[in-house]
Design a protein. Structure first.
Length: 167
């Protein structure tokens, strides 16, 4: 994969999100390049689909699992859990597996508290931790993804309670 695979994935995410929600907002937040250590936006994108707002960070990762230590925006996004109708998380492309996922920040918090150090869709039980497989079609390199499934994401209270009633 080329070195800029992540940046191209971000562009592809925005394109596919706006195809999924033609009258929606999908605004890219550019990182401050001032050189200050650990000064960063909470997410790559703020998106709105007419009902909900999302703060999403795009991650393109090689291999079958995504290490949580690579999610530097975790604390900032988790701090927004109290905001009504705001869902935060990562859009993760595991490009070796040709799969795209949405993993809510709350689910990652629960995994981390349970001692899980990375997200591996083959090992993380969906009945205990909520995440979505984003329907996608493989192109030559990237994926065409349908993000309308984000409308099915439960609210933050339900995400926090996920697994307590579903196990």
């Amino acid at each position: 994969m080329p070195l800029n695979v992540g940046k191209i994935f971000e562009q592809k995410f925005k394109e596919d999100y706006l195809k999924s929600f033609p009258n929606a907002l999908c605004m890219r937040l550019y990182d401050n390049m001032s050189g200050y250590y650990h000064i960063s936006n909470y997410a790559d994108f703020i998106c709105y689909d007419s009902e909900r707002m999302y703060m999403l960070d795009c991650k393109a990762h090689e291999g079958s699992s995504f290490p949580f230590q690579a999610f530097s925006q975790f604390d900032g996004l988790l701090s927004l859990e109290h905001v009504p109708n705001l869902i935060t998380g990562i859009i993760l492309w595991l490009y070796d597996k040709d799969k795209v996922f949405f993993v809510p920040t709350i689910s990652i918090d629960k995994m981390k508290k349970d001692g899980i150090k990375s997200f591996n869709p083959d090992k993380v039980p969906k009945y205990k931790y909520y995440y979505l497989n984003i329907p996608s079609v493989k192109l030559r390199t990237y994926m065409n993804s349908d993000y309308t499934v984000l409308k099915s994401v439960p609210g933050n209270k339900e995400l926090r309670d996920w697994g307590t009633r579903n196990s």
